[in-house]
Design a protein around this ligand. Structure first.
Ligand code: IMP
Ligand code: MG
Length: 180
C-alpha cells in the first residue's frame, strides 16, 4: 500500500459537499433536476449530494472515456449512454469528480446539447489549476487544487483508492513504487 498524502480531509469534503448541495437546492428550487453522474469517479460525490437534495431529482449515469491521441493531438471522447435517462426538456446537471483539461466535460456537453435538455449545467468536486484546454468552466466547483495527481473520494489511480474518505495526492515516487 502506498503512503498517500492527505490533501483535503473528510471533514473539509463534508462541509464543501453540504455547501454544493445547498447551492443546487437553491438554484433549482422546485424545478425537477436530472443529475447525471460521470462514471466512475463521481460515484461517491453523487451519493453524498443526492441525499442532501430537497428538490425532485432523477439520477442517471453517463460514461466518457477519452482516447488520448499523440502528444499534440487531442484524444477522441467515447461516450457510453446505456444508463442515460431521457434528457429532452429536462434540467440536466452533469456531475464529475475532477475538472482537469476540461475535455471530458466539453465532450459531454457536445453529446448532450443535441438531445435538447431544458438547461445544461455542471458540477465538479475538484478543479486542477492551470490545466484547462477548453473555454467551458463548470458551474459549481467545490475545491480548487494545485496540479498534482489525486486519488480518493471516488478518484482512482489504476482503479485503486476510490474508497478513501479523503482526497490524497500521489507523488512521482509513488507511481514508481506502485509499478515495482
Ligand atoms: P479532463 O477531461 O482532462 O478534464 O479529465 C477529467 C477526467 O480525468 C476525470 O474524470 C478523471 O477521470 C481523470 N483525472 C484527471 N485528473 C485526475 C487525477 O488527478 N486523479 C484521478 N483522475 C484524474
Ligand atoms: Mg472520471
Amino acid at each position: 500500500m502506498l503512503v498517500v498524502r492527505e490533501l483535503i480531509s473528510a471533514e473539509q469534503i463534508r462541509h464543501g459537499v453540504a455547501q454544493l448541495a445547498a447551492d443546487i437546492n437553491h438554484y433549482y428550487r422546485q424545478r425537477p433536476l436530472t443529475l447525471l453522474g460521470v462514471m466512475t469517479g463521481s460515484l461517491v460525490l453523487v451519493a453524498d449530494v443526492i441525499r442532501q437534495l430537497e428538490i425532485p431529482v432523477r439520477v442517471g449515469v453517463i460514461q466518457a472515456r477519452s482516447y488520448r491521441g499523440g502528444a499534440t493531438t487531442p484524444g477522441e471522447l467515447a461516450v457510453r449512454d446505456g444508463y442515460l435517462p431521457d434528457v429532452q426538456g429536462r434540467h440536466v446537471l452533469v456531475m464529475d469528480d475532477i475538472y482537469d483539461t476540461g475535455r471530458t466535460l466539453a465532450g459531454l456537453y457536445e453529446y448532450l446539447r443535441p438531445l435538447k435538455p431544458a438547461s445544461l449545467r455542471s458540477a465538479v468536486l475538484l478543479r486542477k489549476q492551470g490545466r484547462q484546454q477548453v473555454p467551458l468552466e463548470p458551474d459549481y466547483v467545490v475545491f480548487d487544487i494545485p496540479d498534482v495527481f489525486v486519488v480518493g473520494y471516488g478518484l482512482d489511480y489504476q482503479d485503486q483508492y476510490r474508497h478513501l474518505a479523503y482526497v490524497a495526492a500521489l507523488e512521482p515516487q509513488d507511481f514508481q513504487q506502485f509499478q515495482e
